[in-house]
Ligand binder design. Structure first.
Ligand code: CXF
Ligand code: ZN
Length: 372
């Protein structure tokens, strides 16, 4: 086919921190070598988009990193994809060559890892502009646009029979929680689990733990509304720390004969990570930190808890190798081995995207799917 030209399309542009997004006409450049341009079909909002919108200072910017779409054109040297292929976007990619990709121990690709500065991995520039003004990317994906460009290492091909509107939410929070339970903590049968923060990530941890046969899953959240959906995903006991006079780790220790086997921090508040470590048991208790801190990333932990045999770990994207492992999760969804549709609390049109940002900010939703 002839070489692709610039596309003009609609995108939701964030002009400043916390300011409502504006749907603008943007120019999307053709994909550069090893990149692909995608027509976005469905994309979901994640808490990380909202955090970066409220607390980072990279503007103007197009957010969105959980998406499914159809390849519109491919850049030079791309052999893996062709026009018309169905894909999921990946906010961290795999080059399959670096020390991490070849290690079997890590998903933190050195070439296509987390991009936090709003540019493309290959040339540190942007593929979006409005009348010559560059518009920054988010995590190398920027799916709140009718068309976007991603590195071919940051997309996973899926069968054209898979419903794109349903699987877009697999490419961040849902996969992160399941992976934390399965790959990172390796939750065992009959164990006790405490989850702090019952958003999509926390509830996905609950589902993953239950599928491993956890005996008791305790869910903790200061938002009383989070208790309802939690039962569905496998939370046996809901605790709101505001209902107790004593520290919540004391309550959990009493309920679990000295502390849970596994704790998961899914709020992004580093003080909660410390509480989680206090809530797991001596000897083998493990706390997995998944939440992304909004502001201050430093945390304080009592060294005595580590000396008593506890472990504090962390991971991004649940330890999954995004490109290699995503097909496995899609298959599990198709085979009804995991419940995914139930995370969707709202289906919105692109024009309604600001409602999704507001709801996420207030903790009023799990996944909001935006249909382009
Ligand atoms: C996060 C991972 C850590 C940095 C910000 C984005 N991933 C997805 O939401
Ligand atoms: Zn995300």
């Amino acid at each position: 086919s002839s070489s692709p030209s610039i596309i003009t399309c609609k995108a939701a542009v964030a002009w400043g921190a916390g300011q409502p997004l504006v749907i603008e006409e943007v120019e999307v450049s053709p994909p550069r070598p090893q990149e692909i341009r995608i027509k976005v079909v469905a994309t979901s909002l994640c808490g990380s988009d909202v955090n970066a919108w409220e607390f980072r200072n990279i503007f103007p910017r197009i957010f969105g990193h959980e998406a499914a779409g159809i390849v519109e054109s491919v850049g030079e040297g791309v052999t893996e994809f062709k026009e018309g292929d169905h894909v999921l976007t990946l906010f961290m990619g795999e080059c399959k060559r670096c020390r991490h990709c070849t290690s079997n121990k890590s998903n933190m690709c050195q070439a296509l890892g987390l991009e936090r500065n709003g540019v493309m991995h290959s040339d540190r520039r942007t593929r979006f502009s409005i009348r010559g003004t560059p518009i920054y990317h988010y995590l190398g994906v920027s799916s709140f646009s009718e068309y976007t460009v991603v590195h071919s290492g940051c997309a996973a091909k899926v069968s054209p029979t898979v419903p794109l509107q349903k699987i877009c939410i697999l490419s961040c929070g849902v996969a992160t929680g399941l992976g934390a339970a399965w790959n990172v903590a390796d939750v065992s049968e009959g164990s006790t689990v405490a989850i702090f923060g019952l958003g999509t990530v926390g509830l996905s941890v609950a589902q993953g733990a239950k599928l491993r046969g956890a005996a008791q899953v305790i869910g903790v959240d200061i938002n009383p509304e989070k208790g309802e959906k939690a039962k569905f995903f496998g939370v046996d006991v809901f605790l709101n720390p505001k209902d107790y006079d004593e520290p919540i780790h004391e309550v959990i220790k009493r309920m679990t004969d000295g502390g849970a086997d596994y704790c998961f921090e899914c709020t992004g508040d580093t003080r909660v990570a410390s509480t989680a470590l206090q809530s797991c048991c001596d000897g083998w208790g493990m706390t997995v930190a998944l939440g992304v801190p909004k502001a201050k990333p430093e945390m304080t932990v009592n060294c005595g808890l580590l000396l008593s045999g506890r472990t504090l770990r962390g991971s991004t994207f649940g330890g999954w190798r995004p490109k290699s492992d995503m097909p496995l999760l899609v298959d599990k969804y198709l085979n009804k081995e995991i419940q995914v549709d139930e995370f969707v609390t709202h289906n919105l049109q692109f024009e309604e995207i600001n409602r999704a940002f507001e709801m996420m900010k207030k903790g009023k939703c799990l996944c909001c799917v935006i249909h382009m």
